[in-house]
Design a protein around this ligand. Sequence first.
Ligand code: 13P
Ligand code: 13P
Ligand code: MG
Ligand code: MG
Ligand code: MG
Length: 363
Amino acid sequence: MKITLSVIKADIGGFVGHSDSHPECLCEADNKLAKAKQNDLIIDYHVTKCGDDLQLIMTHQKGENNTDIHEMAWNTFVSCTEVAKRLKLYGAGQDLLADAFSGNIKGMGPGAAEMEFEERISEPVVIFMADKTSSGAWNMPLYKMFADPFNTIGLVIAENMHQGFKFEVHDVKDSKKIIFSTPEEIYDMLVFIGAPNRYPVKAVYTRNGEIAASSSTQKLAFIAGRYVGKDDPVCIVRCQGAFPAVGEVLEPFATPYLVEGWMRGSHWGPIMPTGVADSLPTRFDGPPRVIAQGFQLSQGKLVGPRDFFADVSYDQAREMANKMAYMMRQHGPFEPHRLPLDEMEYTTMPQVSRKLAERFKPL
Ligand code: 13P
Ligand code: 13P
Ligand code: MG
Ligand code: MG
Ligand code: MG
């Protein structure tokens, strides 16, 4: 049975500020998706949030980039924005950058990760969703899951994984893509994916071309031409069998690493794994959060979720992230806490430079 798993998300308004989603908005989304399920447009769905981002997790049989699915998701975000406006939530409709739907939700503000596959006898999937960061945030964990034997012992001792994987890497500046084969090309690949802001990993495949992972890689600032919020990406990962085990897929997040985002999308900060209920970016609008929802698919039905990072085994990662947050915050407006000039999501540099132009004298 061929199933498409679509995760489409948007910030339609924050409660309070950019820290959380309002339950009435989630309820509205649930109503809309229940109707879509009744009308047989989708097989099943799960609505959740990560911080101020509304997450629509849907299964159907219409393939990726399907207009009907994307339009239904867009209309759901529009309805939820109306709720957000009534409650005067902060930045109501923040990620809806177009006036009307036009064929494909990509390029209109919301983020999407989708994959189509033949459902296996058992089909465990993990969906990662993050707030206060950007699409490159998945580069290091995807590398660890699919290419690092210190993370994924299956690469060494599991016969069906030993040959390695293929990574699809995008160049978001020049709109190009390239496929790397691992392990043999890891040094070449790391030259690029080590610069996650420019070269996000879009997808991972088995050597036979089966989809293993798919992520959202849109750049809001490119679409809007100015800072309108962070991209707050999502990523779907299939597990077990020819793919890493669930625990291998979750393992990279046990060691918090620095990502771009946090306050005003202009800082480096540690990514903190939490349960859904704790995905509440608070301190300095952060630190950035990541949640992991697990499902077993059964004829396209979403059996779940399991809220993986709510587990006690991630307590220490949260503690480490908090310590890293203090370390970074000590720098205040200085790099390397604040992003370099060309990567800041907003800046007063042009105005201030103009104002002071005459006072700058040759050395
Ligand atoms: P089980 O024997 O419980 O199925 O575990 C296998 C496995 O892959 C654990 O990572
Ligand atoms: P969001 O993209 O999550 O709305 O973050 C915006 C921001 O600037 C937080 O400080
Ligand atoms: Mg917001
Ligand atoms: Mg957000
Ligand atoms: Mg955002």
